[in-house]
Design a protein around this ligand. Structure first.
Ligand code: ATP
Length: 217
């Protein structure tokens, strides 16, 4: 299948989650406008997203919840367990190990890596911490393709090279660094400070903080 737009890919987990809810409510069929009301994405976008996957529904009939759920489940590999690695067991890394996606059935952090000898060899929230020197070996042994990166900013880019050499194909980047990656590695950035700054910008503007400052000049 040819690659779908990134924005569509980002909505897939949302579709999947809400279809689950609809199924649990006993719904067997759903229209794009019902789905649109639930997930607050306009129905034209939903139809366009779904059209990337071919004919998933019939005009005037809507979508079959079970069939759609089954389809998205396979698209998102939710019909199997995905084990991921975590690199850098600091404050954020530890929080993620402790969280370990328990509310999501099919994702688990199975191995963590660090360079600090005091951390290496310990077990955090049930996850073993291995030295970076064993990255390739462990990752290949456990058939891990995705890594969560919570290392310090200054080593982020070098870590990408190590991950690439180990065979990692996807990185969830929690560092604020804009990473240079080869074409065969996908990156999703999660910059929490950035998200908060964006919120601060919106709220500040709404409350006229900037205006007040300017008018006092
Ligand atoms: P956080 O940024 O999560 O709050 P922190 O402030 O506790 O973490 P950092 O200095 O950011 O600590 O380091 C995060 C973790 O990454 C530490 O456990 C550190 O030992 C580890 N680390 C540092 N350099 C590397 C590296 N090159 N490869 C792997 N892990 C590393």
């Amino acid at each position: 299948m040819k690659e779908i737009p990134r924005a569509t890919a980002r909505r897939l987990p949302l579709y999947y989650r809400y279809l689950h809810n609809f199924k649990n409510m006993g719904k067997t069929r759903i229209s794009s406008s019902e789905l649109s009301d639930a997930i607050k994405v306009d129905s034209a976008t939903i139809r366009r997203d779904f059209s990337h996957f071919g004919a998933l529904g019939k005009r005037g009939y809507g979508y079959d919840v079970e069939a759609l759920l089954d389809f998205f489940s396979r698209q998102l590999y939710q019909d199997r367990l995905t084990t991921v690695a975590l690199i850098g067991v600091g404050n954020l890394g530890n929080a993620l190990l402790n969280y370990n996606f328990k509310r999501t059935n099919n994702i688990r952090i199975g191995a963590a890596f660090d360079i600090n000898p005091e951390i290496v060899g310990t077990v955090h929230s049930g996850v073993p911490v291995y030295p970076m020197s064993e990255l390739k070996e462990r990752i290949q042994e456990m058939e891990i393709l995705i890594a969560i990166m919570t290392v310090p900013e200054k080593v982020a880019q070098d870590t990408v090279s190590e991950l690439g050499e180990a065979g990692i194909q996807g990185i969830l980047n929690f560092t604020p660094v804009v990473l240079d990656v080869p074409e065969d590695i996908h990156v999703q950035n999660v910059d929490l400070a950035n998200e908060l700054q964006t919120l601060i910008y919106y709220i500040g503007n709404r409350n006229g903080n900037n205006k007040k400052k300017n008018s006092s000049n």
